[in-house]
Design a protein around this ligand. Structure first.
Ligand code: DAH
Length: 334
């Protein structure tokens, strides 16, 4: 009788040990058959109970029964566990990966980066300023007369507020990148050469050539003995690099911008057509005075151009609205 009890104990130990390392349903079924099948080791013991004396049966019977129940339960739990694991798709780590589709830069970003790169190569620093500007930096400090039409509601997006007599407290969306000129000069002393790429806003009727927001790049060079010949060199160097491999012709035409004197327009001939491409001039002495520079001590030139416009010429884009349309048929060509 001790022998049977030992057997029961051994079965319990064996099953509990083996079930732990089993990892598929086939092995589990083999284990079940070995111990609990029709000719299984525990089944045999249960079947032989009837040959034992009543006394022995009373001791061994419950033990064997209890073990059977316990093992049944263990096996069915294990079965559930294995079935669940089978639901998780197997990953073949040796398979070659799928190439992820990467996005790409917007044409305006590409052109702006190219412009930054060329000017950085000529030792310009890149500076930025706020898109929400005030009347002082956008107009006053740039020598715009009080009644200049650019200050009107029709041309400028003003923030809804009572107009105050302090122009630093009248806010608007900047209409050009030029306000960064005085902002920068208030903080730094010459000599310096900076560019300011950025977004600007105009209260415009939208058409193929006009948007309510677009991008500009401003340039400002201040130091001693700076003159328009320096500007001519820089701007021609820039366009020859920007349209590398193409022959570019240049024309300079007198023009008026309140913050420069003299003022001029740059016109380039590219692929047989003339384009007005930039405004420029020598920094007006009033602008230096707003910045608390001595106009007798320093000179400088400033220039401004449209990034959208350059991109349109470079890529032959007929309509500025395409840049902001989010139309993938357009965007994916770059
Ligand atoms: N701010 C002018 C505009 O938006 C462009 C411009 C003209 C900038 C002449 C300049 C400049 O720095 O000297 O139309």
């Amino acid at each position: 009788m001790e022998k049977i009890e030992q057997k029961i104990k051994k079965i319990e130990e064996e099953v509990k040990q083996q079930i732990q390392i089993i990892n598929d349903l086939k092995q589990l079924e083999a284990l079940r058959i070995k111990y609990l099948g029709r000719k299984g080791e525990l089944t045999n013991i249960l079947r032989s109970l009837k040959d034992l004396s009543l006394e022995q049966r009373k001791i061994i019977g419950p033990k064997a029964q209890q073990l059977k129940q316990e093992l049944d339960k263990l096996i069915s739990l294990k079965k559930e566990d294995l079935e669940k694991r089978n639901l998780i798709p197997k990953i073949d780590l040796t398979k070659p990966g799928k190439r992820l589709k990467l996005g790409h830069l917007h044409p305006l970003t590409l052109v702006e980066q190219k412009m930054r790169q060329i000017f950085s190569g000529m030792n310009f620093s890149v500076v930025d300023g706020p898109e929400l500007e005030n009347e002082y930096y956008n107009f006053d400090a740039l020598n715009f007369p009080p009644n200049h039409p650019a200050r009107e509601m029709q041309d400028t997006f003003w923030i809804k507020q009572e107009k105050t007599s302090n122009s630093k407290q009248n806010f608007l969306l900047r209409t050009h990148t030029s306000p960064v000129q005085v902002r920068f000069m208030e903080k730094y002393n010459p000599p310096f050469q900076i560019i300011v790429p950025g977004k600007v806003f105009r209260n415009e009727a939208i058409d193929a050539g006009h948007e309510i927001n677009f991008y500009q790049l401003e340039g400002l060079v201040v130091g001693k003995n700076i003159n328009l010949a320096n500007f001519k060199f820089i701007i021609e160097e820039f366009f020859n690099k920007f349209f590398k491999g193409e022959k570019i012709e240049f024309r300079y035409r007198p023009s008026y911008f309140p913050f420069v004197e003299p003022g001029l327009e740059v016109i380039i001939k590219y692929q047989g057509r003339w384009f007005e491409i930039a405004g420029a001039g020598m920094v007006h002495k009033h602008v230096f005075e707003y910045a608390h520079y001595n106009p007798k001590e320093f000179q400088g030139f400033a220039f401004g151009m449209g990034i959208d416009r350059l991109a349109m010429i470079k890529y032959k884009i007929p309509d500025i609205r395409l840049f902001y349309s989010g139309d993938l048929r357009f965007i994916n060509q770059f």
